[in-house]
Structure formats: C-alpha cells, structure tokens
Design a protein around this ligand. Structure first.
Ligand SMILES: Cc1ncc(COP(=O)(O)O)c(C=O)c1O
Length: 404
C-alpha cells in the first residue's frame, strides 16, 4: 500500500527537487565552515549562507537580508524573540513590570517561554491571554488591542492556527501596534510558504519562520526576521565566536553576527536555500492557488461525508469555508479517539496524519477537544487525487463505525 503523507503542518514532505542534492554537494564537496577560514571552501560556505538570507528576504519582502537570523526551528526563533525582548527590559528598567499580550490559540512554543519567564521573574513578567472564537479559533484585533497596558513590551500572536487553520488579522494588529510603538512578534510557523506573505505589509517587528515547514527546507532549520531597529531592544540568547571582530571579548552588535554565534548548520541552510529558491520561482500566487484548490476539494469531500454538520460521526473543527484559512483540517469522531482514527488511517489506508493536541492545549480547551483531534495538513506536492482518497478513506471509516 502506498503511503500518503498529510502531516505537512508538522514538517513538510517531500522537499522540492534539488534540496537534498544541494545538501549532499555541500557535505561532500564544500565542507568548510563559514567565516572560519580564508580558503575557498569556507568562503563558499559563507556565500551560500548569504544566498539563503537573500532568498528568504525576497520571499517575505523583508527590509534587510542581514536581519534574517538562522535558528534551529520556529521554537528557537520564538524563544530568541520573547526572551530577547524581556531580558533587554529587565536590564534597562530593573524592577518595572513587563507585560506581554498573547492569545489562547498560541503554540506551546510561545506559552511555555511566557510561563517560564513569569516563574523565573516571580511575576515581574506577566501575560494576558486573549480569547478567540470557539468555532473558528479566530481572535479579533480589537480583543488583542484591548489587552494592551502601559507595561506591554510585546504582542505575540500566531499568523495561522495549527489546530483550526484560521488565518488571524495579523496586518491589522501589526498596524495598530506600530502606531502605539509596541513590538509585534508573529509566529509564522503555519503561514509562510502557504499564503502570500509580506513582512512590511504585515508590519510585524519579529517574525518566527519555520525553515522545515512551509519554507520546504530540511528539519533543523528556522529563522527569526528582526525588523531593522528592533535589534536595539533584543538581547541575544547566546554569545560566542562569530569569526568576526575576534579581537573583542564582547558579542558584536552588527547583524547577523549578534545573534548567530558558533558554527552554522550550513548543510541544512543550503538545503533551505534551494527550497526557498523553488518557492520564489513558483511565486506566492501559484502556491496559494494550489493550496486553495486542495482546500476546496477537502471541504467538499468532508461535507459529502457529513463532517461539516456532524452527520456520520466525524466533525471538522474550525472554519468551514476556504477563505481566510490554511490547509490544516482537525477533526474529531463521536466514538473514536484521535489516536484510533490515526491508527486506522495509517494501517488501513496508508494515510499519515497527526493525533493529539498539536502542542496547543489552550486552543483545544477553547474548542472543547481536550482529548485532542486528528489532523490532516497538505503540502505543495499533494494532488486533488490525494485529497479525494483521504476523504473517501475517512468516509469508509465513518461508515464502518455506523454499521457496527
Ligand atoms: C503555530 C506553531 N508555532 C510554533 C511551532 C513550532 O515549530 P517548530 O517545530 O519549527 O519549532 C509550530 C509547530 O507545529 C506551530 O504550528
């Protein structure tokens, strides 16, 4: 039985042509570590890393490629952003309360750093959790803005939900916070690469980017985009060798070196670069049109088997229309657990989906699904046939349950 990967919200698979070839070439023929030697191989490493920054900057319409900071994944980028802002404040305004606004749709990669900071500082750092709509998982700009206090140092919001697929009003929040001079951190784990993405139009100050999800690079890659000027308010999380200004025992203040001590994951970054080149060549409209087509097909298929109105036992969470939505489809069944659905779908149909809370406990609490959901999510190489097969399989599964 062929295996059909539908867990692209976790990590994208497969990757575009050329990604693994570029990584293999680097590993077998280049090998040097960027900035650590004058010989060709080290310079080539530096050139390729620089090329990746340029390509990501083009894709997201950033203001400066040197402000794309490579990280291990989205989580690492979110930690750098949240802790960097807080630690700067702790140093520059000792004893003063530090408040952060986030929402109940956030991933644990935001919730856990926020809670850790609140604990570490014994409450000097606090955060307000903004409520979202229990049907769609969408929050409003008004609710986010209403949570801002005179102590608010950061607004941290996700762009698209990894549970309901809802696209959030990020540009509206970005513009309103810019007017109030409050930095916005956008968790773009599920949006960039899937929907047209423009950092300047979104007016986000810090953007956590998932190298290995919608950017289609290998696991172990991610980035933080820092809007020029914001670095003045962002402490690095690590200090160390950069291959630059080596006479100084202090971390350089210029980007990207300020935030990138230590040897780079050059093999991963080279793969990511090839993937982003592929995305840039295809263009955001082509990518978005394909996603939209798959989304329509999935919603039609789910409607046919009753998942939009609870007929047949299966229930789709989140928005039921293809507007303002990404291709993340979470569902529950009246008599099967998410884990049971996942096991049947894999064993009987070869379909790979995710079961559980998707690291978003508050979102599931809001939706009334604290024991989790079964999630399917598409990538650019999925076809309409894949979607039809997935819906047919889910339909058969539901029928087999009602026939019991
Ligand atoms: C909304 C959201 N934020 C953050 C993350 C963490 O991403 P990573 O696995 O790249 O650290 C995920 C991963 O699923 C996510 O969906």
């Amino acid at each position: 039985m062929p295996r059909l990967y539908l867990d692209n919200a976790a990590t994208s698979f497969p990757k575009p042509p050329g990604v693994y070839e570029a990584m293999l070439r680097y590993g077998k023929e280049v090998g040097g570590t960027a900035g650590r030697g004058m010989y060709f191989e080290a310079r080539e490493g530096g050139r390729l890393i620089r090329q990746c920054r340029d390509r990501i900057n083009t894709l997201i319409n950033g203001e400066d490629p040197d402000h794309i900071i490579f990280t291990l994944n989205t989580t690492d980028a979110l930690n750098l952003a949240i802790k960097g802002i807080v630690r700067h404040r702790l140093l520059t305004a000792p004893g003063k309360p530090i408040h952060i606004v986030a929402t109940e749709m956030e991933h644990n990669s935001v919730l856990r750093p926020l809670n850790a900071l609140a604990e570490e500082t014994r409450g000097q750092v606090s955060w307000t959790c903004v409520e979202a709509d229990p049907q769609t998982g969408r929050f409003t700009a008004e609710a986010v803005l209403a949570a801002i206090t005179p102590d608010t140092a950061l607004v941290a919001i996700l762009h698209a939900s990894n549970v309901t697929g809802a696209i959030q009003p990020a540009a509206e929040i970005g513009a309103a916070c810019r007017a109030r001079n409050i930095p916005v951190l956008l968790d773009a784990a599920q949006s960039v690469g899937h929907i047209p993405f423009d950092a300047q139009q979104l007016q986000a100050d810090l953007i956590a980017l998932p190298g290995h999800k919608g950017l289609l690079g290998p696991l172990g890659t991610g980035a933080l985009y820092i809007r020029p000027g914001i670095e003045k308010f962002l402490r690095p999380q690590r200090e160390g060798g950069t291959g630059s200004s080596s006479e100084s025992e202090h971390q350089p203040q210029t980007l990207p070196d300020k935030y990138e001590p230590g040897s780079q994951n050059a093999i991963g970054i080279v793969g990511l670069s090839e993937a982003v080149k592929w995305l840039n060549t295809r263009g955001p409209e082509t990518m978005a049109n394909h996603e939209h087509e798959l989304c329509q097909a999935m919603l039609e298929g789910l409607e046919e088997i009753g998942a939009l109105n609870g007929r047949g036992g299966l229930k789709l969470l989140g928005p039921h229309t293809a507007t303002n939505r990404i291709n993340v489809f979470s569902m529950t069944h009246e008599s099967l657990s998410a884990q049971e659905i996942a096991a049947i779908m894999e064993q009987k149909y070869g379909i790979l989906g995710r079961a559980g809370l998707a690291c978003a406990p508050r979102a599931h609490k809001l939706l009334g699904t604290t024991s989790g959901a079964y999630r399917l999510s598409t990538g650019p190489f999925n076809t309409l046939e894949d979607i039809h097969y997935a819906c047919r399989s889910l339909g058969e599964l539901c029928e087999s349950m009602t026939a019991r």
